[in-house]
Design a protein around this ligand. Structure first.
Ligand code: GLA
Length: 391
């Protein structure tokens, strides 16, 4: 080939290589969403004043600065549809747009809740048959997050008497709302809630979900929290930036667990790259609760930009070791003691991929422990020692 032609060919190839990949909009959830949700503490008692008080607290108490953003209204806000089918909030929420403006003015975002079925789990109006209309209403209000809870669609699925037909109904319903949200042009985090059945982690992302609940509901008890949290073993490969497994909202500060148990809860959720949605009353928190929710090093583990979920490395009866790969080759490691008596828990760093000594930091103690090849800690009953290894 004459030289000039080969140069032209090379330039053309270079131009092709330089072409940007097909532009897809940035994900609304590049890291696990952080915020607050009304359900765990307020359930049906949530109202406009409560939501404003949570936004005030989050903006003032350091949570916003620590990365918390979403103020999410769960079930029981829904009122009637008007003659045109447009959904209105009930009397607890006199002006949803004004509420969104208030939350936005605090540098925060507002989330809402609905169901693909005709009724929500608490028996309020769902979005069935009104998906596009509801998505438009949410966008007009200034909503930034939707939790879409299966609830009564489950009855229609059961009535088919066929697993495959039921699955088709579910996928179609979740896709329909995804398309409706996208059509609004407003970035809205899409949170699927169907309690972790039918291996939702395998297909939640393909129907547009940014996150999907992997379990039934959490309660404010150590036994339920650990059943859910440690039950996430094996799911790490399904999490990535934009798509997260969701083991349900936090119970930290709700009073049913000890501070040691709440640190275990927070550490495990961080290792799982789980959404950090506080579920307590932010306007009435002890300093201990706030310190657990805003620990920067724990949050950094959860929010690590590489977006890897941690997984179980080792279990020996009630003693478990979990590890989460972090960007830059570091690892977060949790040494858990699920028994109610203190116990030593040990990790050989070879088991988490380190062949040479690495810098070791005890995260909750905020203490550097030097370079090591293994670590043995005395862990209190129901407690954890959370380590950061490497950079
Ligand atoms: C289901 C969900 C909960 C909550 C309630 C509201 O149980 O799993 O998280 O949203 O519905 O009714």
């Amino acid at each position: 080939m004459p030289r000039i032609q080969s140069r032209l060919a090379m330039a053309a190839t270079a131009a092709l290589i330089a072409l940007p990949a097909a532009a897809s909009p940035p994900s609304a959830a590049p890291t696990p969403p952080m915020g607050w949700n009304s359900w765990n503490h307020f359930a049906a008692k949530v109202d406009d004043a409560t939501v404003r008080a949570q936004a005030d607290a989050m903006a003032a108490n350091g949570m916003r600065d620590a990365g918390y953003r979403y103020i999410n209204i769960d079930d029981t806000w829904e009122g009637e549809r008007d003659a045109q089918g447009v959904i209105h909030a009930n009397s607890k929420f006199p002006d949803m747009k004004a509420l969104a403006d208030y939350v936005h003015a605090k540098g925060l975002k507002l989330g809402i809740y609905s169901s693909p079925g005709p009724k929500t789990c608490a028996g309020y109006e769902g979005s069935y048959g009104h998906e596009a209309q509801d998505a438009k209403t949410y966008a007009a209000w200034g909503i930034d997050y939707l939790k879409y809870d299966l609830c009564s669609l489950g009855d229609q699925m059961k009535a088919t008497g066929s697993l495959d037909k039921a699955q088709e109904i579910e996928l179609t319903a979740y896709r329909k709302m995804d398309a409706a949200l996208k059509a609004t042009g407003r970035p809205i985090v899409y949170s699927l809630c169907q309690y972790g059945v039918a291996q939702v982690w395998r297909w939640g992302g393909s129907v547009g979900g940014n996150l999907w609940r992997t379990t039934g509901d959490i309660t404010d008890r150590f036994s339920r929290m650990t059943q859910i949290g440690f039950g996430q073993a094996g799911l790490s490969k399904y999490a990535k930036p934009g798509n997260w497994n969701d083991p349900d909202m936090l119970e930290v500060g709700n009073g049913g667990m000890t501070p040691i148990e709440y640190r275990t809860h927070m550490s495990l959720w961080a290792l799982l790259a789980a959404p950090l949605l506080a579920g307590n009353d932010l306007s009435k928190m002890t300093p201990d609760t706030l310190a657990i929710l805003t620990n920067r090093e724990v949050i950094a583990i959860d929010q690590d930009p590489a977006g890897h979920q941690g997984d179980r490395v080792h279990a020996e009866g009630p003693l478990e070791v979990w590890a989460k790969p972090l960007s830059g080759g570091a690892k977060a490691v949790g040494l858990f003691n699920l028994s109610d008596q203190p116990s030593y828990v040990e990790v050989s760093y070879a088991a988490v991929g380190f062949k040479t000594p690495v810098k070791t930091r005890d995260v909750w103690a905020a203490k550097d422990l030097g370079a090591k090849t293994s670590y043995r800690a005395l862990v209190p009953g129901h407690g954890v020692v959370l380590l950061r290894l490497g950079a």
